[in-house]
Design a protein around this ligand. Sequence first.
Ligand SMILES: *Cc1c(COP(=O)(O)O)cnc(C)c1O
Length: 351
Amino acid sequence: MNFFRSNIAAMAGYVPGEQPQGGKFIKLNTNENPYPCSAKVRAAIGRAVQAGLQKYPDSTATAFRIRAAELYGVEPDWILCGNGSDDILTIVTRAFVDAGDHVRFSRPSYTLYQTLAEIQGAKCHVVDYQADWSLGEDFAKHCDKLRLAYLANPNSPSGTVIPPDKVARIADALPCPLLVDEAYADFAETDCLGLVAANEKIMVTRTLSKSYALAGLRFGFLIAQPQVIRELSKVKDSYNCDALSIAGATAAIDDQAWFEQTRAAVLSTRSKLAEQLKTLGFECVESQANFVWCRHPSHPSEQLYQRLKAEGVLIRYLEFGDWGDGLRITVGTDEQIDAFLAILKAMVIRR
Ligand SMILES: *Cc1c(COP(=O)(O)O)cnc(C)c1O
């Protein structure tokens, strides 16, 4: 059918990581949390079901915003909730980016930014990370048509972080708003929430998918100055968060004890994973997220991915055009990582 807008017909569309339904895979490919969510989340969703679902939900997830505002030291009107943080990225892109406008993001990074820009019919400035995973001056370079810049921080797939003072300087230099995608900030040592009050051009997104083990629930949010939130709210679906996800998300951030405990477990397994990968000869980047990005000097990444899949272990093979490729391994439980490492060892160590 050729009624589609030309940019939709021309684009490839975002390709999410494989989600095998049922299979017996050790699943280390989409940065999900290996632990079940807090029991309080399951109880809260149960209560919401009991209360009935015949009414529309609170269109702005007020209960969640009140609790999150306390946790992050802002006011509730600094928070916009979404159906996962991907929904927030969509809202922000639709609000700022018109056909023919330009957007900017780094490479390698989250490829959804390009997809969202292509849906709008925008042009992408792709700025490669430098060898040490810092960002060069090009990222903040002036351009009259630039309307939005995206920065995943920690970055995926590298797990590396641009320090907040550098992010602040980038935002000051940019001629457009900067969306800092902090999907993995709960696993990092620093974050950029503190920058939002000083600069209305800085918007920070968070998600409950990774650090709160709720990828299946779909809940994310944005922190920005209230006048920014007000405009963005015009663009969102009226009921973009359902009653069950609002109940679950509110209970999740209320259970900080669960959060601290599972975060500590993930960080400890991450150290072990990175150390063992290096022992096996992999080049690993120091990660501040719940995954590790690596390459082996003598085993092609795609081949290792395929061989692991055949053995029942799913990791993520990612390639970024002429930038190159690599493997992104999600931090699982200790048992999952031990099983993965044993299979991997047999593949890379020659007897
Ligand atoms: C996982 C991820 C998201 C999206 O998370 P949601 O599940 O939509 O909340 C956003 N950005 C990055 C970089 C991610 O890895």
